[in-house]
Design a protein around this ligand. Structure first.
Ligand SMILES: CC(=O)SCCNC(=O)CCNC(=O)[C@H](O)C(C)(C)COP(=O)(O)OP(=O)(O)OC[C@H]1O[C@@H](n2cnc3c(N)ncnc32)[C@H](O)[C@@H]1OP(=O)(O)O
Ligand SMILES: O=C([O-])CC(=O)C(=O)O
Length: 429
């Protein structure tokens, strides 16, 4: 291998593929001509070694536990920034000035309402529908109402669908909550901030206006920031893949929400809480649970642990663990489940099974404990993740759609089925 190319030998021939450098020194090699040269494709289960895109949005170093949005360390943004500022940064590439932020917030405020016909969708959903199912269905339905912002190649339409999504997702999420608890919806109030408005729409009831607590508002804003982007994770890749067919932004985001729902991805925050509750119900025996995980009994996993990229620690998990202590103590709450989580972490981090596999707490491990202290039911946890991840999905979709010469996403396969056979009519089988 030379400095700037990788040479592959196949049969009697050698083929050279250029090394591609990132601005931070990450390297890959471009196999764009591999199939044409050799007739071969690559087989890479779970895309563990495949970079499908170049991107200037989010940088991750999984060995060092580094996460940066547009070059800004996550620790600084989480400590000093706001969620809407972060959304602007991810989508536009730079932090907004005071005027830019105020205009952005103003535009969002204008679009928080849902069409009354959209509201009727919720009447049709069963009461026990999972809020993530309602979220992805209603976002998909937005493309029926807003056909004036469908065209991915019209910058004005792209921007309008972006604002509509950021403005409406909290309303859609709050209505899903209201459906699941059987309460009437609460309309947005546009004199309130983004997070305040969402909390009020979620928790106010006709007889009682929700009292906004600055501790809750600031903790939720921070959690949304910490979830805002994570380069080519499963849901973001889904948004890009759907968008690569030139589907509109609403359709692409709806697909991303569905991808996020699964327990191996964003749905892990719900699964962690359920796991902690199960351990509690079984007497709090952490050792026996860990034993079951290590024996892979019934495929049981330590949910909220492990990550495809982080192999040392997840910088967000560190911040969230500290926030869990702070929020619970500021709200004057204690939670036995937090003690179980701490014991699980302590046990896992000193156990060779987890250490040798480089399994550490991920972003989902402690978040649920904070959401629970705020009053959210477990079924809403992944919805909160989606609210946070939305700007990242949108930023990645914008970057993809604007890329000159962008191609449809379409992996190859290695076929392993029957080679060929003749059709037999049904009556002769
Ligand atoms: C926002 C997010 O999406 S963060 C991730 C949220 N998901 C979770 O918390 C679910 C639990 N974690 C996992 O399932 C995985 O660690 C994932 C999905 C996050 C990453 O998966 P991959 O990178 O494909 O790792 P993979 O599944 O190959 O695991 C490697 C080894 O560690 C084991 N392992 C990975 N995670 C765990 C876990 N949480 N508990 C127990 N064992 C685990 C696997 O069984 C495997 O062991 P083996 O070599 O003996 O077969
Ligand atoms: O990056 C991933 O694979 C999972 C993810 O979305 C995150 O950790 O936020």
């Amino acid at each position: 291998m030379s400095d700037n190319s990788v040479v592959l030998r196949y049969g009697d021939s050698e083929y050279s593929y250029p090394v591609v450098d990132s601005t931070v020194g990450d390297k890959g090699f471009d196999i764009g001509k591999l199939r044409a040269d050799t007739g071969l494709v690559t087989l890479d289960s779970g895309y563990g070694n495949t970079a499908a895109y170049k991107s200037a949005i989010t940088f991750l170093d999984g060995e060092e536990g580094i996460l940066r949005y547009r070059g800004y360390p996550i620790e600084q943004i989480a400590e000093r920034g706001s969620f809407l500022e972060t959304a602007y940064l991810l989508i536009n590439g730079e932090l907004p000035t005071v005027d830019e932020l105020s205009e952005f917030q103003g535009q969002i405020t204008q679009h928080t309402l849902l069409h009354e016909d959209v509201k009727r969708f919720y009447d049709g959903f069963p009461r026990d529908a999972h809020p993530m199912a309602m979220l992805s269905s209603v976002v998909s339905a937005l493309s029926t109402f807003y056909q004036d912002s469908h065209n991915p190649f019209d910058p004005k339409q792209r921007d309008l669908s972006t604002i509509r999504l950021i403005a409406k997702l909290p309303t859609i999420a709050a209505y899903a909550y209201k459906k699941s608890v059987g309460q009437p919806v609460v309309y947005p109030r546009n004199d309130l901030g983004y997070v305040e408005n969402f909390l009020r729409m979620t928790f106010s009831v006709p007889a009682e206006e929700y009292q906004l607590d600055p501790v809750v508002v600031s903790a939720l804003d921070k959690l949304l920031i910490l979830h805002a982007d994570h380069e080519q994770n499963c849901s973001t890749s889904t948004v890009r893949l759907v968008g690569s067919s030139q589907a509109n932004l609403f359709a692409s985001i709806s697909a991303g929400i569905s991808a996020l729902w699964g327990p191996l991805h964003g749905g892990a925050n719900q699964s962690v809480l359920e796991m902690l509750q199960r351990i509690q119900a079984e007497g709090g025996d952490v050792d026996s649970f860990i034993r079951r995980v290590k024996n892979k009994e019934d495929g049981v996993k330590l949910m909220g642990f492990g990550h495809r990229v982080y192999k040392n620690f997840d910088p967000r998990a560190k911040i969230i663990k500290a926030a869990a202590h702070d929020v619970l103590s500021a709200l004057g709450k204690s939670d036995e489940l937090l003690d179980i989580a701490l014991k699980l972490e302590e046990h896992a981090l000193s156990d060779d099974y987890f250490v040798s596999r480089k399994l550490y707490p991920n972003v989902d491990f402690y978040t649920g404990l904070i959401y629970r202290a705020m009053g959210f039911p477990t079924s809403m946890f992944t919805v909160l993740f989606a609210l946070g991840r939305l700007p990242g999905w949108i930023a990645q979709w914008h970057e993809m759609i604007k890329e000159p010469g962008g191609r449809i996403g379409r992996p190859r396969q290695i076929y392993t089925g029957v080679v060929t056979r003749d059709y037999v009519p049904v009556e002769a089988r």
